[in-house]
Design a protein around this ligand. Structure first.
Ligand code: CP
Ligand code: NVA
Length: 308
């Protein structure tokens, strides 16, 4: 297998084989926790948060502890980064203290700049452009629930945001078919779509991008949605509520999916907006297993990047 990259900024930097290896490792770690209890003994992870988090923060922190290491929570409100210290200087200094950095921030360029100046692995814990750790946990969940990835019909309904991007890239890298319905004006970034098309040439994935949720959801094995207003878009929330009408995942829409479809959401969710309570709290929903898998897949990512 080819060498793993230093950082985990986007799944695009990894081969299909490497991504599957990390997902398989996550499944093994979930089944046999004690075997990996000292896998990262003595290792330290710094976690920079410029946005809120429940799952990412706690799963990384718990994950490092379960591997025998430790994680430091650094809110940008409290560290000098929040007062204007350059990201490059932060990277240089943290590289002298710890063995890895996870960052959640706004512009994706900030993640890339941190990685460029850090001599240690950097993990993208969400940027405005991508949320790759979540997408990895999602595909671990798909393997567990559906037994395969290749040929799965994955459908994303809603905003063409960081989640849509990360899922579109990973689906097409791993050979799942990817259908995405967004309202007009909220389509996925063209650069991501180009990368998806390149991936699909190799993997054989089919891609459908539409403004019609019914068209996207037809025959779907997985229905996925995310919030209509992401972190940093709070002022647009009211306008978006109107623009996204007709894009709620509810029982009427889900009727077009495969009978055995699973419902997924990265969380936090807004019941009554992007998803109805009856769907997210219903029999097809796998959102709690999906959230749990953040822990396992991140342990696999941490182990892969930091074990040396
Ligand atoms: N899904 C996710 O990343 O959740 P948090 O924002 O709570 O970390
Ligand atoms: N799109 C959402 C994902 C949260 C996990 C956001 O960026 O706020």
């Amino acid at each position: 297998m080819q060498r793993y990259p230093k950082d985990f900024l986007t799944t695009q930097d990894f081969s299909e084989e490497q991504l599957i290896e990390m997902i398989d490792l996550a499944i093994r770690m979930k089944k046999n926790k004690s075997r990996y209890a000292k896998a990262l003994a003595g290792k330290k992870l710094a976690m920079i948060f410029e946005k809120s988090s429940t799952r990412t923060r706690v799963s990384f922190e718990a994950g490092m502890y379960e591997l025998g290491g430790i994680a430091f929570f650094l809110s940008s409100r409290d560290i000098q980064l929040g007062r204007g210290e350059p990201i490059a200087d932060t990277a240089r200094v943290l590289s002298r203290y710890v063995d890895g950095i996870m960052i959640r921030t706004f512009g994706h360029d900030r993640v890339e700049e941190l990685a460029r100046h850090a001599t240690i692995p950097v993990i993208n814990g969400l940027s405005d452009w991508l949320h790759p750790c979540q997408a990895m946990a999602d595909f671990q969940t798909i393997v567990e629930k559906k037994g395969r990835i290749r040929g799965i019909r994955f459908c994303y309904i809603g905003d063409g945001n960081n989640m849509a991007h990360a899922l579109g890239l990973l689906s097409t890298r791993l050979g799942a078919h990817f259908a995405c319905a967004t309202p007009k004006g909220y389509e996925m970034d063209d650069r991501i779509v180009d990368m998806m098309k390149e991936n699909a040439k190799v993997s054989g994935s089919k891609i459908l991008l539409t403004n019609d949720p019914v068209e996207a959801v037809k025959g779907a094995d997985v229905i996925y949605t995310d919030v209509w207003a992401s972190m940093g878009q709070e002022e647009e929330a009211e306008k978006r509520l109107k623009d996204f009408s007709g894009f709620q995942v509810n029982k009427t829409l889900a009727r077009y999916a495969d009978e055995e479809y699973i419902f997924m959401h990265c969380l936090p969710a807004h019941r009554g907006e992007e998803v109805s309570s009856e769907v997210i709290d219903g029999a097809h929903s796998v959102v709690w297993d999906e959230a749990e898998n953040r822990l396992h897949v991140q342990k696999a990512i941490l182990y892969t990047l930091m074990r040396k």
